[in-house]
Ligand binder design. Structure first.
Ligand SMILES: Cc1ncc(COP(=O)(O)O)c(C=O)c1O
Length: 374
């Protein structure tokens, strides 16, 4: 005879789940409109509109031993990444996307109540990961011109501050931050400073060299943007030598990177010419789109060193414009927090020239429609 138990008495998820998770907002992305438009143009996630190197696709297809685990320490991948950036493989930690590397960094540093400084508006995943690890996000906002306030960051540091994250170029504003301000924070902060260079290839700018003079500096990168490998999930960080004995204790087995993603990433990194040509093309298309947008009355694309543009619109709140664009099958992002001073903007990823043209035409039409309705 089977016995029935009363699970409610013995299983209480709210008691089991860590308190930090209870207040965590669910990380969602905007759902597509209820009636799916016939034509969809996805310019909302800063992906590459182009496939990865043909060599990466061939390497992916050639992966045969799906029944075998990849290398335990992801050494070949870390070596290839090290060659690419000019850093020792020993100092590289890879992950299933940069998000995963950020998570490893939080797991390394944060006890409940520890602090991490970020400068908003910036990449919102930082805050979620900090909170999930029981940490406290200390926001030292960018100035209204989106410049980094080095003095305010240094003033905000106390004995609980473990990490400062600087996103350069910054997402979602697209600008490069002042080198003097960055260097001041790196040299004067008595904690780890991580520079998120997810868009470095588009900016042609990196602080990797600064690691030679700064023992507290980590550089974070991804294959998602310039290499067109967002779906493969390969990110990495170059970490201070002195952190490696600790990092190697918590680095996930296989670095969480599959054999298939490893093969694609290594082949892609070797095809420098292809990647360079794609980056040059996206940068040229970005500048062409910015020029086209400037022709629309009241529309101002802001300077960008990335594969996206933050675009000011002649409205106080861009949400209705972004919703109407979505209804028409053109997906872009809106950041509505009034404290961030970009509620009148939308962020558009650079697509193919055809996609960019559709976006510009639809934006112009939506703004005209809304002006007539007003
Ligand atoms: C600034 C920044 N950091 C990290 C990431 C995450 O990259 P990945 O796809 O490697 O997880 C993104 C993705 O949009 C980003 O914009």
């Amino acid at each position: 005879m089977s016995q029935t138990v009363a699970p409610a008495l013995t299983f209480d998820p709210a008691r089991l789940v860590r308190p930090a998770i209870h207040d965590l907002p669910v990380y969602t992305r905007e759902a597509p409109p209820e009636t799916r438009p016939d034509r969809e143009v996805r310019l909302s996630w800063n992906e590459s509109p182009y496939p990865p190197s043909p060599k990466a696709i061939a390497a992916l297809a050639a992966v045969a031993a799906h029944n075998r685990y990849p290398e335990f320490d992801a050494w070949s991948l870390r070596e290839a990444l090290g060659r690419y950036v000019g850093a020792p493989a020993e100092q590289i930690v890879a992950g299933a996307g940069l998000d995963n590397v950020l998570e490893t960094l939080m797991a390394l540093l944060l006890e409940p109540g520890d602090k991490v400084i970020v400068s908003e508006p910036t990449f919102s995943v930082y805050e979620l990961l900090i909170q999930a690890h029981g940490g406290e996000t200390v926001n030292v906002p960018l100035r209204p011109d989106f410049s980094l306030d080095a003095q305010a960051i240094l003033d905000a540091i106390d004995e609980r501050t473990k990490l400062v994250i600087i996103c350069n170029p910054n997402n979602p504003t697209g600008n490069l931050l002042d080198p003097e301000a960055i260097e001041r924070v790196v040299f004067e902060a008595p904690c780890v400073v991580a520079i998120d260079e997810a868009y470095a290839e588009f900016a042609g700018n990196s602080y990797l060299d600064l690691m030679k003079r700064a023992p507290n500096l980590a550089i974070l990168r991804t294959m998602s943007k310039f290499a067109g490998l967002a779906g493969m999930r390969v990110g990495y960080g170059v970490f201070p030598e002195q952190l490696m004995p600790y990092l190697s204790r918590i680095m996930p087995g296989f670095c969480n990177v599959s054999a298939a993603a490893t093969a694609a990433a290594i082949a892609s990194l070797a095809d420098v010419e292809y990647n360079r040509a794609i980056v040059a093309r996206i940068v040229a298309d970005r500048d062409a789109l910015a020029a086209q947008l400037r022709q629309i009355p009241g529309v101002t694309p802001l300077p960008s060193a990335t594969n996206f543009l933050l675009v000011r619109l002649p409205v106080t709140n861009a949400a209705p414009v972004v919703q109407e664009l979505a209804r028409r099958g053109v997906y872009v992002r809106h950041f509505g927090n009034p404290d961030h001073h970009i509620a009148d903007c939308l962020r558009v990823s650079i697509g193919t020239p055809e996609e960019n043209a559709i976006f510009a035409d639809e934006l112009e039409a939506v703004l005209r429609q809304q002006e007539q309705a007003a």
